[in-house]
Design a protein around this ligand. Structure first.
Ligand SMILES: NC(=O)c1ccc[n+]([C@@H]2O[C@H](COP(=O)([O-])OP(=O)(O)OC[C@H]3O[C@@H](n4cnc5c(N)ncnc54)[C@H](OP(=O)(O)O)[C@@H]3O)[C@@H](O)[C@H]2O)c1
Length: 258
């Protein structure tokens, strides 16, 4: 039987690499996407020789207008049955003091590219009555995040959009999962400038392989929202019961240097 294809964005680093490792172990052929070609190529070679699968790499800046459509066009011969939207980044600091281009670029990648890929690939999945989409949100999705304002807002978008799309696709054979990791040891903290924040300093960040396996299992089980880790689950539940000003203040505290 022909192997199915898993398309993973953000596969040059961190969680995307670990999602690719799980998918390869599960005998999916892979399409690995990010900007850094050498990292993608090395991972593709490692996983294809270890697991006997095919791994294709596509270097793309997904925040560029037109990039999701180009990716879709390139995969028409073998469309994916799994789409994992993992590419994303954050920044930190007072919103008005950060470059506007960082905020708008974040929305282009974390929100617009993710949305376009869901639309482009989701329609084919719906027609075939089979598919799994997993969008990587964050525990940041559950509350406003002063000093990471744009990032938290972008992840709120991912969570809300994914839940709504999951609802619309009920019974279609296509599931949508919003995966919500907490602080995880990847390249994220350095890129976002939060490696020294209380959030990353006060507890040991989770291991990326553990987080990815949790997400993969939730996606395969068709769960709509999956929060990784007991403390993160408690936190996500707790903010629902707490005044918004209080949770914004707590997020501000955690986003500041420890
Ligand atoms: N680590 C955490 O604490 C944490 C917690 C919750 C949620 N998340 C989310 O998890 C996802 C994965 O992040 P990570 O933690 O694995 O961080 P990471 O190690 O920095 O990985 C980010 C990935 O996104 C790719 N990427 C960045 N800009 C891109 C662009 N313009 N076009 C295409 N790909 C791009 C990067 O590849 P290139 O640089 O090669 O393009 C890289 O593969 C993100 O959505 C992040 O928001 C992370």
């Amino acid at each position: 039987m022909a192997r199915k294809v898993a398309l993973i964005t953000g596969a040059s680093s961190g969680l995307g690499v670990e999602f690719a490792r799980v998918a390869a172990r599960e005998k999916f052929d892979l399409v690995l996407v990010a900007r850094r070609l050498p990292q993608l190529t090395a991972l593709a070679q490692e996983l294809s020789s270890a697991h006997g699968i095919e791994a294709r790499v596509i270097a793309s800046d997904l925040s560029r207008i037109g990039a999701p459509q180009e990716l879709f066009d390139a995969l028409q011969a073998r469309p994916p049955s799994i789409l994992i939207n993992c590419a994303g980044f954050g920044d930190s600091g007072a919103f008005l003091d950060l470059p506007l281009a960082s905020a708008t670029g974040m929305l282009e990648l974390n929100c617009r590219a993710l949305l376009e890929l869901c639309w482009l690939f989701g329609r084919g999945m719906r027609d075939r009555k089979e598919g799994r989409i997993m969008n990587i949100a964050s525990t940041a999705a559950f509350q406003p995040g002063p000093f990471m304002a744009t990032y938290y807002a972008s992840k709120s978008f991912v969570l809300s959009f994914s839940e709504a799309l999951a609802h619309e696709l009920r019974g279609s054979g296509v599931t949508v999962t919003a995966h919500c990791p907490g602080a995880t040891a990847t390249g994220f903290a350095a890129t976002a400038g939060v490696a020294g924040s209380r959030l990353f300093q006060q507890q040991k960040p989770a291991d990326a392989a553990t987080v990815a396996l949790h997400g993969w299992r939730a996606m395969q089980a068709g769960k709509t929202v999956a929060v990784q880790g007991v403390m993160n689950k408690l936190g996500a539940f707790g903010v629902r019961l707490s005044p918004r000003k209080l949770v914004a203040g707590l997020a501000a505290h955690l986003n500041k240097p420890g």
